[in-house]
Design a protein around this ligand. Sequence first.
Ligand code: ADP
Ligand code: MG
Length: 295
Amino acid sequence: ATPISTMIGVGRAAERGVLIRHGEALQRAGDLDALVVDKTGTLTEGRPRVTECETPGSSASLSRETLGLLVGIEAGSEHPLATAITQWCQKQGATATEVSDFQAHSGRGVTATTHDGTRLALGNPALMADHGIDISAVRDRVETLESQARTVMLFAVGDELRALLAVHDPLREDAREAIARLKKAGLTPIMLTGDAPATARAIAHEAGIEEVEAGLMPEDKHAHIERLQQAGRVVGMVGDGINDAPALARADVGFAIGAGTSVAIESAGVALMRNSLHGVADAIEISRATMHNIR
Ligand code: ADP
Ligand code: MG
């Protein structure tokens, strides 16, 4: 494409809220054949809400003490899951119990200690295993909720399993339609996430995505894109978070979605100002028109 037709393409994309940072991203977009999409905040709204909160082995609701400890431990975390849990507990009238030694464990959850030295752990089954907490009594319940696209967290106070919490983060309204459009354009969508495999598969199914890699650490996303490229694929990546920056930079074309952290926007060639995956399909269409049909 000539510099003029590239400029026209960039301008057309901008009219649709798709900001292309350099001509190379526009030229490359039309060649993409795989599109890696992050789950949380990309396919989903990124605003999880608590849908279930249960006492293992009992129909009783959580005690005030448990609710207070939950708010106390999540006070240290900035994760969207922490916001969801805190808001829910506060709605039940909980106030934070002060805790110390807060620690976040990537891909697992959070831990802290109470004033009397009791250890608190809140997170996924892997975190419970790290702390020797037996979760066999809730395993079936966890599986059922995960197959309903819930992210399930367990809360242990000392050696006692005190709570099971499930959150749901709905798909973006137009995600399924945009994925269908991208498939029609010849791209294979691939969902990558740190969430549990069953939860990830349930959400991918809602979105119309067949390929899923779950239980990943942020570095794994980057490595997965490299493997696809080594296999000869031209790979796009859509992401929203700080964690996604290395993968966005590694992809042949990176697309930043969501209010996007500034880190994500800087690592991406394209910014989707309307927070819609339709912007990726728009960029591909405009790229193909620009490269093949110079006007
Ligand atoms: P991702 O953001 O890709 O879903 P994370 O590494 O942030 O992956 O989290 C993986 C899992 O660890 C979550 O699904 C959850 O079970 C647990 N977890 C992480 N942070 C928290 C938190 N603040 N509170 C409770 N659980 C958490
Ligand atoms: Mg994330």
